[in-house]
Design a protein around this ligand. Structure first.
Ligand code: HEC
Length: 219
C-alpha cells in the first residue's frame, strides 16, 4: 500500500512537471528524433568559404569558356543563332558605337514584318497604349486606373530616334516593364515599325492614301 502511494505521488509530480510547461515559449530548437536532412551545409553566392584555396564560394568558368545557348533561347539572349555574342550590336541595343541611340531599323522592313509587329503590339502593348497608340488601352486611367500611361502619338516620341524606342521596349522605362525577355530581338524591331506606322497614321490625311485605295476606307 505504501509503495502504491509512492508511485502515485511520483506520477503526479511527473504529470505536473510535464504538463506544467505546456504553453511555455522556448527559443530552443525542438527535440528532433528524425531530422530528415532539414539542415544542410549551403553556399551563398559571392560568399566566403574555407573550402576552396581562393576562399570564394563561386567558381569562375574554366578558362576559354564561351557563353552559349540553344537556338531556341538565342533570340531572347541577344545571341545570333551561331551563338556569337551580339550583346553590343545595334540590333540588340539600338545604340551606336558612341553609346547614343541610333536611327534606322536593322531588320528587313516589309509589309509582312509590319503586320507581325501589329500582332505583337496587340498582344503586349495595346492593353496599355491602346490599339491606335493613343494611350487609352483597357488598363489606362480611364478604365482600370493605371495612371502613368502615355500616348505613343505625341511629338516628343515621334521625334525620338528608333533606337531609343527599341530600348524602351527592351528594358522598359520608369513605370513600364521590360519586354526584352518576352519579345525576340527581331520582333521588337517589328513592334517599333508598327509604332512608327501608328504615329504616321495619326497625322495622315486623305491625300496620303493612294487614289485607288480611297474607296476601301468607306468615307
Ligand atoms: C502595363 C502597361 C504598359 C504596357 C503593356 C506597355 N507600356 Fe509602354 N509605357 C507604359 C507607361 C506607364 C509609360 C510611361 C513611362 C514613364 O513614366 O516614362 C510607357 C512609355 C512608353 C514609351 C515612351 C518612352 C519614353 O521615352 O518616354 C514607349 C515608346 C512605349 N511605352 C512603348 C511600348 C511598347 C512598344 C509596348 C509593347 C511592347 C509597351 N509600351 C507596353 C506602360 C506600358
Amino acid at each position: 500500500m505504501r509503495q502504491f502511494f509512492l508511485i502515485y505521488f511520483f506520477l503526479i509530480v511527473l504529470a505536473l512537471t510535464v504538463l506544467g510547461f505546456r504553453g511555455c515559449k522556448s527559443t530552443k530548437p525542438p527535440l528532433e528524433i528524425f531530422p530528415d536532412m532539414d539542415r544542410q551545409m549551403r553556399f551563398s553566392e559571392q560568399g566566403k568559404t574555407g573550402f576552396f584555396s581562393d576562399d570564394r564560394m563561386d567558381r569562375t568558368p574554366i578558362a576559354g569558356t564561351v557563353p552559349t545557348v540553344t537556338d531556341e533561347q538565342a533570340p531572347y539572349a541577344n545571341l545570333v543563332p551561331d551563338n556569337r555574342f551580339r550583346e553590343n550590336d545595334y540590333l540588340a541595343t539600338g545604340k551606336l558605337e558612341d553609346g547614343t541611340f541610333g536611327d534606322g531599323v536593322p531588320v528587313e522592313v516589309s509589309y509582312e514584318a509590319m503586320q507581325e509587329g501589329q500582332e505583337i503590339y496587340s498582344i503586349y502593348c495595346a492593353i496599355c497604349h491602346g490599339d491606335s497608340g493613343n494611350g487609352k488601352g483597357v488598363v489606362a486611367a480611364e478604365r482600370y486606373g493605371y495612371p502613368t500611361i502615355v500616348s505613343l502619338l505625341q511629338t516628343r516620341l515621334i521625334d525620338l530616334p528608333d533606337g531609343d524606342i527599341f530600348n524602351t521596349i527592351t528594358h522598359g522605362k520608369n513605370t513600364m516593364g521590360p519586354y526584352g525577355s518576352k519579345i525576340r530581338v527581331e520582333d521588337r524591331w517589328k513592334v517599333l515599325m508598327y509604332v512608327r506606322a501608328l504615329q504616321r497614321a495619326a497625322s495622315a490625311t486623305i491625300e496620303d492614301v493612294p487614289a485607288e485605295n480611297r474607296g476601301e476606307l468607306g468615307l
